[in-house]
Write a protein that binds this ligand. Structure first.
Ligand code: C2E
Ligand code: CA
Ligand code: CA
Length: 384
């Protein structure tokens, strides 16, 4: 509607401009004609009539009054024509200015029109993007809910090995999304779930499935299982109550269950984390700090909060040729021993890393060197 209005206005303005243009040409022609007449009149000078004509003196004398009258009339006409020329010139100038103004106006108007069209397009694109995002988010939420209902989220386990005996003593639960027979890895959906406040639902579902398995494995089972919990919910009281409910629903040795929390959770919420620690320890559940060494590595939290396990991040071991890195890792392991915290090295891919970890006395190793994450049923067969 708005666009059409602008278009119509622009056409009307164009026509006004066109009419003024025609009018000005017409005026120019009039002025030219007037100039021609004036020139002609100037040629017929009365004095010349008087001197050059072939009529005799008597004729002039006889018609003196008439000739004078005629002369006066000619002069009058010339004066009037002069006046008319002046008026026409002024009008003509006015029209020129008007035309100039109109051209400027049309240019500005067109610039405005182009700018407006560009802005409209941008706004339309922006609205379309938002609409697309909302649609995508809604679709994602629906897919997720369906996925949960259809049990598309699968529990994989990556074994953790005792450094000295090289035997499996624990495992970390890692989720995979089996969507239309295609395996999707957590890096592709965990962040999205966090952004849409859905991660809690998944983490609680996985916790429930894990506890169910631990109950199934029975009292003879000695393998510890750790599970990731997104820091988005874990400090929320209602969420902790949900965890409690799930854990109490199943019968298993609670000391075998570890909850992995990334170290950044401890930075801003020390008091809340202290409460969480008390709640989890009251249930006999263990607490692990995940990805240690990638963030702030706030060592001071170790003396304020009772931590059971410290999982050293893969990045720490990527640069083991560096002497200083070795010294730092040795110092961390020494510290965990004195604080009676279990140490787990993550992302271990080669023998020299394993040998170094054996030498410094790290408790457990997790990494592709020993095993990639595997389906929980496969893991179950191995530990039996
Ligand atoms: P994470 O907790 O640090 O898990 C370890 C990740 O490192 C896993 O990736 C594992 O496959 C990978 N990894 C293990 N050993 C090696 C190795 O030797 N070399 C290399 N290059 N990688 C190794 P994954 O399974 O893709 O999980 C990625 C992250 O997704 C996890 O990092 C965790 O933060 C998150 N995640 C996975 N499952 C869950 C879950 O159930 N809930 C929540 N909240 N987060 C999860
Ligand atoms: Ca983890
Ligand atoms: Ca980790």
């Amino acid at each position: 509607m708005k666009k059409n209005k602008i278009k119509n206005t622009s056409i009307i303005l164009f026509f006004i401009f066109f009419i003024i243009f025609i009018l000005s040409i017409y005026l120019k022609i009039v002025i030219n004609e007037k100039n021609k007449i004036e020139k002609l009149l100037n040629q017929i000078k009365i004095s010349e009539i008087k001197n050059n004509n072939s009529l005799n003196e008597n004729f002039y004398e006889d018609n003196k009054l008439l000739i004078q009258d005629l002369n006066n009339k000619f002069n009058n006409i010339i004066n009037q024509l002069n006046n008319l020329e002046e008026i026409l010139k002024q009008e003509f100038n006015k029209i020129i200015y008007l035309r100039l103004l109109l051209i400027i106006f049309i240019i500005i108007f067109n610039i405005f029109l182009i700018y407006n069209t560009y802005q409209n397009k941008k706004l339309k694109k922006y609205k379309l993007n938002i609409y697309k995002k909302i649609k995508e988010t809604n679709e994602f939420k629906k897919e997720f809910e369906n996925g949960l209902k259809n049990k598309e989220f699968k529990l994989y386990v990556q074994p953790r090995y005792d450094t000295q005996t090289e035997k499996i003593i624990a495992g970390e639960i890692l989720v995979r999304w089996n969507k239309n027979n295609k395996i999707i890895y957590p890096n592709e959906f965990i962040k999205k779930l966090e952004q849409n406040n859905l991660i809690g639902k998944l983490d609680l579902y996985l916790l429930n499935e894990t506890c169910k398995k631990l109950e199934e494995w029975g009292n003879k089972n000695k393998i510890k299982i750790s599970i990731n919990q997104s820091q988005k919910n874990i400090l929320n009281k209602d969420y902790i109550n949900e965890i409690k409910k799930i854990i109490n629903k199943y019968n298993f040795n609670k000391e075998l269950l570890e909850i992995e929390l990334t170290e950044d959770i401890f930075i801003e919420n020390k008091e809340k984390v202290k409460l969480l620690e008390k709640e989890l320890h009251a249930l006999n559940i263990k607490i692990a700090i995940d990805d240690f060494g990638t963030g702030y590595s706030s060592y001071n939290l170790l003396d304020e909060i009772e931590i059971d396990v410290l999982k050293l991040d893969k990045k720490l071991f990527d640069n083991l040729e560096n002497k200083k890195t070795k010294i730092i890792i040795s110092a961390i392991i020494q510290m965990t021993k004195e604080l009676k915290i279990k140490s787990v090295a993550e992302g271990i891919e080669n023998k020299s890393q394993v040998e170094f970890l054996k030498k410094i006395g790290c408790n457990e190793i997790q990494g592709y060197y020993y095993s990639r994450p595997k389906e929980i049923d496969v893991f179950e067969k191995e530990i039996r």
